[in-house]
Structure formats: C-alpha cells, structure tokens
Write a protein that binds this ligand. Structure first.
Ligand SMILES: [Zn+2]
Ligand SMILES: [Zn+2]
Length: 390
C-alpha cells in the first residue's frame, strides 16, 4: 500500500502519541491534557496554533505558497464514559473513561499529517487542522461552528474521517449525500397524582400511560413516515417507581430518532407531540416533551467527495476505495460542520470486528497499523485539493 514514505518513517512516533492519548482519555469539554498535547505538538512543527475555541478546541493553521484557497481537516479528541476492559499495556489510567471510539487515533493521524505537511509544504494555500472537543453526545462540533470556527478560519470545504471496524485495513468507505444519520434525542416526562397500588382509582397512573406511549410511538415509523424514507425511532430509557406498592407520580422516557432527510425533523416533532399529548389526555396525566441536543445528518457534498475519493485512491489503490457504502444510522456531530460548509466525511478501515468488538465496546482499541494510512490520506488530500503550480 503506497502510504507516503516519510510518514511511514515516523509511524512508531505516531503510535506513541496514540497510545499516550489512549492511556489518558478525557470526556467532552474536559480535554485539557489532550488539547495541550495537540497544541504543543503542532507548535513543535512550526504551526500557528489557536487554543480555546469552544472551550478545549484547538486549530492549527499552516500556509504554503501564495494561494488564497483554504480547507479544513477535522479530528475529534474526546473519550467515552466506559470502563476499559482491553487489558492492554496502554489501557486507560482514568477510571471509567475510555477512548472506545478511536478519537485517540483520529487525533494522532491528523497530527501526523500536520507534521508531514509542515515539513514538505508541497501545496498552495492554507490548511486549518481542526481538533474538536465533545463529539460524543455533547455537540462540540456545533459549539465550534457557533463560536465562529469558519469566520475565524474561513474554508471552502471541510473534511472529516472516522475509523470503521468491519472495513479492512487499507480500505476506505464513502458515499455522496448522507453518510451518517441525524440524532434527535428526546425526553418525555409524565407526571400524575400517583396512587396506592391497591387503590389506583384514587389517582392516575403514569406507568400505564408510558406503556401506551411506547406502543403508539412505534407506529410513527410504520404509519406516519413515508415507507421510502429511512427512519428509526427507539425508546432507550424508562425510569419510574420506587417500590412494589406505590403507583409513582413521575415516569421519564427517553429515546432517539435517526434519519437522513433533514425535513423529517418537523414530521417527528409533530408526530411525537401528538402521540404524547393525546395519550396523556386519555390517561389524565400531564406529559412534557422536548428534544435534547439534536444533531443533523452528515451530508457529503459532490465536489469534496470526489476529491476525497481521489486522495484515498492514491493511498489505498482505486479498488480499495468503496464509493457506495450504505450510510450508517449512527450519528456524527461533524454533521454540524457539513451543514455550515460543503465537505466530505469518510471511513477508514480499522480491520475486522472480532468477538463483536466494535466502536463503543469496552474491549475496542484503535488499530495502530492504520495510522500512516490515515495521515497519508490527509496529506494527499491537501496536495490534490490545493495543488502547487508548476
Ligand atoms: Zn463514538
Ligand atoms: Zn467517534
């Protein structure tokens, strides 16, 4: 596989960065050590660094030639609230926190590309290396956009990459249009007067109401949405009650909706509220409905996707770039950046899934073999999108 030779030369160093980050994982907006490591490492390459965007976000800026064009490359830095069970030598030293999504690898690959590009400067224009906080659940990507990422660091396109267990090492996967789904998390709080379990007629029952809501919510996909649209609505939490003989005063339901067409949010908002309010009225309880930090789908634009495919093919070979992968119903807060600027998000193969160990598993570990593959992809992308004049 033709990874860039100079990048292969410092593979061992990238592996050290990745393992050090793995051993010191930090959760959303708490990535202080990680951000400091990223900023200091970039500065060591002679790259101009801006710290503290969106709290712990870091942006490195590298210019070459006189070109006015600019692109952004983005990696995520945060870890997950999981107790690591890999047993590996570089396992997490932070109790209950783990890099179970490979963001340690994403950070190391982008640093590797930054090092190579700073050494060679074989491009014409500006590259912004964007290291974002809080990709998992807490919308760090949105915060970066809201805090002026693209006003302070203007780009014509922005690119993201995620490791993908199940895709072979040395392969890439991408598609034009949506690649990752929207994630509209929601919460329903049902309140009632409660009752003695033996005398339910003296109060109201939020548990029976919750059961009816759970059943009725299943009909949104089957009866309300267009059968041609991909849509998932899952109830994932049900909280209520304290003992055997009390009908509680409150039940909380939580769940998530996944879809690709942005206009489905309105349909879901209307349908969920209709079900919740209607069933609450039927059961004589009060129900409050709200969305929690919704994330838009990640939608790849045509031009940047073609550029990403060209760059990936230079590294992996044409036959190893899968151009028509089925989009995932998983979500990615890079969707916020893609909603603000055109761009492309692609998957880099992390190797086979063994014993069901994939992303977010307590036994998952990023595959260090792919570090030079990803860093080479980033570098080729910059050199092909911002070519140096001859
Ligand atoms: Zn994740
Ligand atoms: Zn991730």
């Amino acid at each position: 596989m033709p990874v860039i030779n100079r990048i292969a030369d410092f593979h061992a160093e990238m592996k050290c960065w990745r393992r050090d980050l793995h051993a010191h994982p930090e959760m959303a907006f708490g990535e202080r050590r990680t951000a400091d490591f990223v900023a200091t490492t970039l500065e060591g390459f002679g790259i101009e660094v801006r710290r503290g965007l969106a709290g712990t976000g870091v942006v490195g800026t590298l210019r070459a030639g006189s070109g006015k064009r600019a692109i952004g490359l983005r990696a995520d830095m945060d870890a997950l609230p999981i107790h690591e069970k890999t047993g590996c030598a570089h396992a997490s030293t932070h109790d209950g926190v783990m890099h179970a999504c490979g963001h340690d690898g994403h950070t190391a690959m982008l640093l590797g590309a930054a090092r190579y590009l700073a050494e060679t400067r074989n491009f014409d224009g500006t590259v912004h290396f964007i290291f974002q906080p809080a990709e998992e659940n807490e919308c760090g990507g949105q915060k970066m956009v809201e805090d002026g990422l693209f006003e302070q660091f203007p780009v014509e396109a922005v690119y993201g990459m995620h490791n993908w267990p199940g895709l072979p090492v040395g392969a890439f996967g991408v598609c034009t249009g949506p690649i990752m789904a929207a994630d509209d998390k929601f919460e329903i709080t049902i309140t009632s007067r409660g009752a003695h379990a033996a005398m339910p007629h003296l109060g109201d029952d939020p548990i029976v109401a919750a059961g009816a809501m759970i059943g009725a919510i299943q009909t949104i996909v089957s009866r309300t949405a267009d059968p041609q649209d991909e849509l998932v609505v899952s109830i994932t939490q049900l909280h209520g009650g304290s003992t055997w003989n009390i009908v509680p005063e409150e039940v909380v339901l939580r769940g998530t909706c996944r879809y690709f067409k942005p206009e489905l949010r309105r349909l879901l908002d209307g349908a969920l509220r209709r079900v919740v309010e209607g069933i609450a009225a039927t059961h004589g309880v009060v129900a409050a409905f709200s969305f929690y930090k919704p994330i838009p789908p990640a939608v790849n634009a045509e031009g940047p996707t073609a550029a990403a495919i060209r760059a990936a093919a230079m590294v992996a070979g044409d036959e190893n770039v899968r151009r028509d992968v089925a989009p995932s119903m998983g979500c990615e807060d890079f969707g916020f950046m893609l909603a603000a600027r055109p761009g492309c998000y692609l998957w880099i193969g992390n190797g086979p899934i063994r014993d069901g160990v994939g992303l977010h598993s307590s036994r998952y570990d990023f595959n260090d073999e792919i570090l030079p593959v990803g860093a080479s992809y980033w570098s080729k992308l910059v050199e092909t999108v911002l070519p140096r004049g001859i």
